[in-house]
Design a protein around this ligand. Structure first.
Ligand code: NAD
Length: 478
């Protein structure tokens, strides 16, 4: 797979090349061109020019048709997308084939459906007896595109998270410049191929490759020609982007890090809670923003739950590597820190030995910890690996206090068979998403996002359409 920029409808590979490394065995997959400021400039200018062209003249139904053509194009190249995602991320093939690529198709279809038949999402309200005393007025609100939208995406769900922003941004009539993660550039390049072949006007969608700080990401988010930034990644990166965007007061949508809690009550179906926590902690080796890293278990079932979770963690097989050597080293540094902070390592805690080429890759063991104080860095900081800390609690209030004592607030999970408790507890957890007796069960129309350091704004359904468009009120005195 050759990573190329896509600017104004043209593929180009200019810029200092850097190596793309396979996380599964450390081999070199190819090189990626680092976009210089001129390339970012050209992409932003191409996007701005496109806003004056045929794209602006298209009605919502035509835009919906364009999004459907992109969805069909991804579907038609399904295998190529799966292979590219597996190579870049090292994730199990099954995950890419059942989650990443189908969701990318779904993201485009969902937003085509949402805008179809709703010209400019215009709402008309007649307000009789307008309070100014100046007589009756007719107010109506139209929605306008924001303009040039910069999309910055992370490496953990490269295609899924890029398309989750690109689809609604295009649905609202914006032009997009996407900068995917430098670790996972391949599916963004393929998406550009699909969009090119689908016949979207040149400049409506652009891709620039490269690093973040001091490089393409920073050039793009500080560019005066960018009208909005949609970012998913670490909270600290969000803060850097915010500072960079401050001079131009650029609107921001942020999906950031997490330290997601799970609450397991003694009345829960324990088997389901263990199964669910295995999934929520270890899926994609913990490299999903929604993954659980803190588990609080009601004391009567604490021992049994922890023993069963640890047994399942030790038996896990076929899990993928960390995305890079750097990220593996970061996760292993937390495994060491946990011991220094006094943790009991109930499962894992090191590097697995496979006896094959995977030993050259970036794997770490699925790990279960107990015994840490809540103030421990291991319990407070996002690790983003296959690891959780399990602690006991005695009362519902204590469980809530523990769950909420975090700088983050993305997602949480509650395991209970008591319906009243579920309804009582869920709205009191300070996270943007609460799952009860399930995890990562998604309806694309629901609000998705975090509170506190986990983000600003919500994505999903109408929430994304609201962010990617500007309401303009027109008031006519009658
Ligand atoms: P990251 O913040 O390191 O990088 C994300 C993107 O930002 C990359 O494209 C990178 O090149 C770019 N970037 C880095 N520094 C930049 C800068 N100064 N200016 C502009 N761009 C810059 O994140 P990551 O390591 O790729 O992804 C993992 C993180 O993402 C975790 O913290 C995880 O929780 C978070 N995440 C959150 C969600 C969510 O929906 N809330 C989803 C997935 C991942």
């Amino acid at each position: 797979m050759k990573a190329e920029h896509y600017v104004g409808g043209v593929f180009r590979a200019d810029g200092e090349p850097f190596p793309l490394v396979a996380p599964v065995d450390g081999s070199e997959l190819g090189t990626v061109p680092e976009a210089a400021p001129e390339v970012v400039d050209a992409a932003v200018n191409a996007a701005r020019t496109a806003l004056q062209g045929p794209w602006a003249a298209m009605g919502v139904d035509e835009r919906a048709a364009a999004l459907r053509a992109v969805a069909d194009g991804i579907q038609a190249r399904f295998e190529e997308f799966v292979e590219a995602e597996v190579a870049d991320t090292g994730r199990p093939r099954d995950f890419a084939a059942t989650v990443d690529v189908p969701r990318a198709v779904g993201n485009f279809r969902a937003y085509a459906d949402l805008i179809y038949g709703r010209p400019e999402r215009a709402y008309t309200t007649r307000v009789p007896g307008w309070s100014s005393g100046a007589g009756e007025a007719l107010n109506y609100t139209v929605r306008r595109p924001l303009g040039v939208v910069a999309v910055i995406s992370p490496w953990n769900l490269p295609l899924l998270l890029s398309t989750w922003k690109v689809a609604p941004a295009l649905a609202c009539g914006n032009a997009v410049v996407l900068k995917p993660s430098e670790e996972t550039p391949s599916t963004a390049t393929l998406l550009a191929r699909v969009i090119h072949d689908a016949g979207l006007p040149e400049g409506v969608f652009n891709v620039v490759h490269g690093h973040g700080a001091g490089a393409a990401g920073e050039f793009l988010t500080g560019h005066p020609g960018v009208d909005a930034i949609a970012f998913t990644g670490e909270s600290a990166t969000g803060a850097a982007i915010m500072r960079n965007a401050a001079d131009h007061v650029t609107p921001l949508s942020f999906e950031l890090g997490g330290k997601n809690p799970a609450l397991v009550f003694a009345d829960a179906d324990l088997g389901a809670a263990v199964d669910g926590t295995v999934r929520s902690t270890f899926t994609h080796s913990g490299q999903i923003c929604l993954c659980t890293e803190r588990v609080y278990v009601e004391r009567p079932v604490f021992e049994e739950f922890t023993a069963r979770l640890a047994e399942r963690a030790r038996a896990l097989d076929g899990y993928g590597p960390m995305i890079s050597a750097d990220h593996r080293d970061k996760v292993l540094s937390y495994y060491r820190l946990a011991r220094e902070e006094g943790a009991e390592v109930v499962a894992g805690g090191g590097v697995p030995e496979f006896g094959d080429e995977r030993d050259r890759g970036f794997h770490v063991q699925p790990t279960v910890l107990t015994g840490l104080p809540e103030a421990a860095r291991t319990v407070r900081e996002e690790i983003f690996g296959p690891v959780c800390h399990v602690a006991p609690f005695d009362t519902e209030d204590e469980a809530l206090a523990l769950a909420n004592d975090s700088p983050y607030g993305l997602a949480s999970t509650v395991w209970t068979r008591d319906l009243s408790r579920a309804h009582r507890v869920a709205p009191r957890i300070e996270t943007g998403i609460v799952w009860v007796n399930c995890w990562n069960l998604r309806d694309l129309r629901t609000p998705f996002g975090g509170v506190k350091a986990s983000g600003i704004g919500r994505e999903g359904g109408e929430y994304s359409l609201d962010f990617f468009s500007e309401p303009v009120n027109v008031c006519i005195q009658i």
